[in-house]
Design a protein around this ligand. Structure first.
Ligand SMILES: Cc1cc2nc3c(=O)[nH]c(=O)nc-3n(C[C@H](O)[C@H](O)[C@H](O)COP(=O)(O)OP(=O)(O)OC[C@H]3O[C@@H](n4cnc5c(N)ncnc54)[C@H](O)[C@@H]3O)c2cc1C
Length: 315
């Protein structure tokens, strides 16, 4: 993790910092470069523009760590709404949704209606059913390591009825190479990313080099396997390695895909599409953009200094 990342992620948990950043219109410039808008319409419009250029999308209604069943229900409704609007505009062939289980109840205590695990499973089932009816799929985002077992258990349950449901594995976790082996079976859609949370050394690699090496080992397992790898990285070296491994394992274009975040390396996204690769952009939207923005800034100190300069100059 970069020198500035850990303090920034800690600072981002302060309620005062959150209020300051969230209420400042100045943040709009940098927010807009990562989040196309707060409404369903704004994200469907962004999806349509990408689709015209041959780029697929996965939409994420922002919000996580819900400790309130009403909010979890509201998140489910937001997904049903966006799926309906995508379907009405003929965009579901190019667009799926990404869901954080903590936003739909996973973090709720056991005292509430059977507990968070069960609530999240039922809510995820509702979204998967709506996605299937709309002609598209769901991918379950992966959050911090304390949720990995619960998330993979929910994935296994969902796949009994909705085998098209996508998983996410994080290369920074020691366990992930073995999880990749378990999930590299036919029809299994697996997004491989480096991982975005601040994890302890007991469970996660701590240096960039070790994370990158793990990413390559996991890529080999997924590309050599029978599943559908979704290679989520902006790292130019890893993209090149993925392309050469795809050719080594005789993978046809379209039997795997590249994924990047909205607003990051758009030229590279277009270059890959032009080269015939399948590319999907992850688009977050909604009012709860704060935590997402902080994780992106933590990954990129250049953006952080730009952000702080604009805060200071406008305050
Ligand atoms: C589609 C998608 C889905 C994801 N889903 C999850 C998930 O479910 N769970 C999870 O923990 N993480 C998720 N992530 C985040 C991921 O784990 C990483 O934190 C993030 O992608 C940065 O890692 P990287 O592979 O791009 O490499 P990095 O080493 O961070 O970056 C490599 C290069 O990419 C460019 N770059 C990276 N970040 C930025 C930026 N913010 N602004 C501008 N340029 C940048 C720079 O050129 C940089 O040198 C997802 C990422 C993607 C792309």
């Amino acid at each position: 993790m970069a020198l500035l990342s850990r303090p920034l992620l800690m600072l981002s948990r302060s309620e005062r910092v959150k209020q300051l950043v969230s209420s400042m219109p100045v943040s709009a410039g940098i927010v807009r470069s990562y989040v196309p808008g707060e409404t369903t319409e704004s994200v469907v419009d962004a999806t349509a523009v990408l689709a015209e250029n041959g780029v697929r999308s996965s939409l994420d209604f922002l919000g996580e760590d819900t400790l309130d069943t009403e909010q979890a229900d509201a998140t489910v409704m937001a997904y049903l709404d966006v799926l309906q609007q995508l379907s009405a505009r003929g965009l579901t062939r190019m667009t799926e949704v990404s869901v954080k289980l903590s936003a739909i109840g996973q973090a709720l205590p056991d005292s509430v209606a059977g507990g968070g695990h069960k609530i999240a499973l039922e809510n995820a089932r509702t979204i998967c059913r709506a996605a299937r009816n709309a002609g598209t799929t769901v991918t379950l985002d992966m959050e911090d390591h304390t949720t990995t077992d619960s998330t993979l258990a929910i994935l296994r349950d969902l796949r009994k009825d909705f085998p098209e449901t996508g998983a996410v594995l994080q290369a920074y976790l020691h366990r992930t190479e073995s999880d990749c082996r378990a999930l590299a079976y036919e029809g299994s859609r697996v997004r491989l990313c480096k991982g975005a949370y601040d994890e302890p050394e007991e469970v996660a690699f701590q240096t960039d080099l070790d994370v990158d090496r793990s990413y390559v080992r996991c890529l080999k397992v997924l590309l050599a396997g029978q599943g559908y790898p979704m290679i989520a990285t902006h790292d130019p070296r890893l993209v090149e390695i993925a392309l050469s491994l795809a050719s080594r394992y005789v993978r046809e274009q379209g039997s795997y895909e590249f994924q990047m975040l909205y607003g990051i390396r758009p030229d590279e996204q277009r270059r890959l599409v032009k080269a015939g690769e399948r590319v999907r952009v992850y688009i977050p939207y909604g009012q709860e953009w704060y935590g997402y923005l902080m994780r992106r800034l933590a990954e990129r100190p250049q953006n952080l200094s730009f952000f702080l300069r604009s805060l200071i100059s406008k305050s």
